[in-house]
Design a protein around this ligand. Structure first.
Ligand code: DER
Length: 268
């Protein structure tokens, strides 16, 4: 169908542009779009177009199984080749290819729809380049325009109910409930809703809440349009018990979208 075809087109184009014999360490994201990236990697491997020493860094159990099923070598952040001292960068991954739930005009992204954003952000942060791949439904001007499931926030299960109440009280009229929350006016400018709507993400094939690969819960925080994603990310991260926020600000170098008409768009 159109959506799957557009995911596949974006994934193939991004892999073809960024993954060649010079790539030694490749980050592999999570979700359904990166499955097509793995499909392309298998084809390139059969054509001997990949580095024979290629190491792939997973971002979830799903991602690790994808790497193994593709016949590629899985590695981890703490087991990568030493960086040459002159490299200047702390990033040990050459490039990471990952999906997104929504991307805005500045390439900020909402991620975590699949519950993988903690390890995805760790891998993205350790990468010299982050390349996002997505279908046309994710291509927005402003975050929150199309994605209506909220910003995924991974939280300590010990604190989820406190954090839920604390975030529900954020807004233009909110007094700083604790020392960590900034002045209300900066909050009002950052997102559309007068107050966030916060939902503990429930599992589908398991009783109770979703438990992430890291043993934590996820709160989906709906804010409406997010005019200042960086401010929202900082606001959410400051709340005690918040482990990682599914806003990737100023991290992606490129975003590839499959369009409805079958064409491909690359935004940088
Ligand atoms: O959970 C995640 O962060 C995924 O990368 C998600 O953002 C994209 O998943 P999809 O490719 O299935 O839309």
């Amino acid at each position: 169908n159109l959506v799957e075809q557009s995911k596949r087109s974006a994934a193939f184009a991004a892999v073809d542009k960024h993954v060649g014999p010079s790539v030694r360490v490749l980050g592999i994201g999570s979700g359904s779009t990166v499955v097509y990236a793995a499909e392309r990697l298998v084809e390139l491997k059969l054509q001997n177009k990949l580095n024979p020493e290629l190491l792939c860094v997973p971002t979830s159990f799903q991602s690790k199984l994808l790497i193994i099923e593709a016949g590629l070598r899985a590695s981890d952040l703490d087991d990568l080749p030493e960086l040459d001292p002159g490299s200047g960068s702390y990033a040990s991954i050459d490039v990471t290819i990952d999906g997104a739930d929504e991307v805005d005009a500045e390439l900020n992204a909402i991620k975590g729809g699949g519950g993988a954003h903690l390890r995805e952000k760790l891998v993205a942060n350790a990468s010299k380049k982050l390349v996002l791949i997505a279908d046309y439904r994710k291509n927005s001007e402003v975050l929150g325009e199309k994605w209506d499931k909220g910003v995924p926030v991974e939280v300590s299960p010990l604190a989820w109910s406190t954090i839920k109440r604390q975030l529900e009280r954020l807004g233009p009229k909110s007094r700083a409930q604790t020392a960590v929350l900034p002045a209300a006016e900066s909050v009002a400018a950052a997102f559309e809703f007068s107050h966030p709507v916060v939902v503990l993400r429930q599992a589908v094939r398991k009783a109770g809440p979703v438990v992430t690969d890291n043993g934590n819960f996820i709160l989906d925080v709906s804010l409406g349009k997010i005019h200042d994603p960086l401010a929202v990310e900082q606001l959410l991260k400051m709340v005690p018990g918040v482990i990682e926020v599914g806003l990737f600000c100023n991290m992606a170098a490129e975003a590839w979208f499959g369009n409805e008409d079958g064409s491909i768009a690359c935004r940088v």
